[in-house]
Design a protein around this ligand. Structure first.
Ligand SMILES: Cc1cc2nc3c(=O)[nH]c(=O)nc-3n(C[C@H](O)[C@H](O)[C@H](O)COP(=O)(O)OP(=O)(O)OC[C@H]3O[C@@H](n4cnc5c(N)ncnc54)[C@H](O)[C@@H]3O)c2cc1C
Length: 354
């Protein structure tokens, strides 16, 4: 795609000498960093919201109808893109995967809604960002520009391709035969798990969470729990401002739930508390301890993580990308294994009280 559209290319060579600079990206937020203030709009949509309520349309989350935050036309969408380029792009890649309490959009662009509603075109965004990089090289490193452009030229187009190549069968996929409902607190954010409470809370309030919150917090938890992909799809389709089925479904059902058995991703995106602790500072204020695996203080991600691999060994053990998890599971002391699985059972039975 880079070659085809002549994006970040120097003749036949990729700009900066490489195709991907992720090795220098994806840092944790430094202590004491002053976070950028999200650029929001303030539309008065009270009349529209009243109409929706009067028609008894079922909704989730809260909307501040007198100060609706999202861009509603092309001019505002371009304004959001301007703010992104001026203030956020220089650190986009650095903190792309970082999470912190209350930092609801960090260095992300929040242009997905504008793109999906065609108020912006993907190519104009890509060319704009490339141009910003080429004219502000002292400020914007290649790793930031390449990382951002890859999200649109790479991921977004890939997702679109999967949807149109695989639908309508894709909507029925349930590789692990997961059957559970989502926890009640997916609709309230009312859980003692700090990371999930924060991610769900902000989703209900702003109709937005960034990619890692969607993938490695809510999506990860839903998958480890064994939630039905239909329930997961419905939740993601209902909660996010940018949710349109062609882009939501391959991300939610495919990338995050692995319900397509590996069409979209080569391995399930799951993690224990370790990853969340590494990429965020949620664990510091959490009632649960990321280092504890069983017992009342244990972070629920831990037991569910090992239980997931054990439960799905028949279909996952041979996957070369996850050999390490099975080697660790095999090496584990049998008593520790048994108590992990017992704790996972306890979590499932007490899911709405976590
Ligand atoms: C479970 C799950 C559900 C998702 N549902 C949606 C959805 O309904 N609609 C949607 O637009 N995106 C969805 N995404 C992809 C991604 O999380 C959002 O596009 C992104 O968080 C939007 O915020 P942003 O504009 O600030 O993105 P930035 O981080 O600033 O990235 C820039 C742009 O890259 C594009 N992009 C990045 N990652 C992806 C991706 N995986 N798929 C498609 N485009 C991508 C988006 O257009 C985005 O605006 C989902 C991801 C997951 C894991």
């Amino acid at each position: 795609m880079r070659q085809k559209w002549e994006v970040l290319m120097n003749g036949k060579q990729p700009e900066g000498g490489d195709w991907n600079f992720d090795a220098s990206n994806r840092k944790k937020l430094p202590k004491g960093i002053v976070l950028p203030v999200p650029h929001v709009f303030a539309h008065d949509l009270q009349a529209l919201v009243k109409e929706i309520e009067e028609a008894s349309v079922e909704t989730i989350g809260k909307v501040d109808a007198s100060q609706f935050e999202w861009p509603l036309d092309r001019t505002e969408s371009l304004e959001l893109l301007d703010v992104f380029c001026a203030e956020l792009l220089p650190h986009f890649g650095d903190f792309q995967d970082a999470m912190t309490p209350g930092g609801w959009s960090l260095y992300h662009s929040r242009i997905s809604f504008a793109l999906n509603c065609k108020m912006l075109t993907p190519l104009e965004v890509i060319q704009r960002v490339e141009n910003e990089y080429r004219t502000r090289k002292d400020e914007i490193d290649i790793s930031q520009a390449e990382g951002f452009i890859r999200q649109i030229l790479g991921w977004r187009e890939y997702v679109r391709g999967i949807y149109w190549a695989r639908m309508p069968e894709y909507a029925q996929q349930n590789f692990f035969d997961h059957q559970r409902a989502l926890p009640e607190w997916f609709w309230t954010g009312d859980t003692k798990m700090a990371c999930l409470s924060d991610a769900i809370g902000q989703s209900l309030e702003h109709a937005y969470a960034h990619h890692i919150q969607r993938l490695m917090l809510t999506g990860n938890f839903a998958l480890l729990l064994g939630s039905h992909p239909d329930a997961v799809d419905a939740w993601y389709l209902g909660i996010y401002m940018d949710a349109i089925q062609w882009v939501e479904m391959p991300n939610a059902r495919g990338m995050s739930q692995f319900a397509d058995g590996g069409v979209m991703a080569t391995k399930p995106y799951v993690s224990s508390a370790n990853y969340i602790h590494k990429m965020s500072d949620h664990c510091r204020s959490c009632r649960y301890d990321p280092k504890v695996k069983t017992g009342p203080d244990a972070c629920p991600f831990n037991a569910l993580y090992w239980d997931f691999f054990d439960r799905n060994a028949a279909v996952l053990r041979k996957n070369p990308r996850i050999g390490m998890a099975y080697r660790n599971l095999d090496r584990m002391d049998p008593t520790q294994r048994a108590s992990l699985f017992e704790h996972a059972d306890w979590i499932r039975s007490n899911i709405d009280r976590l």
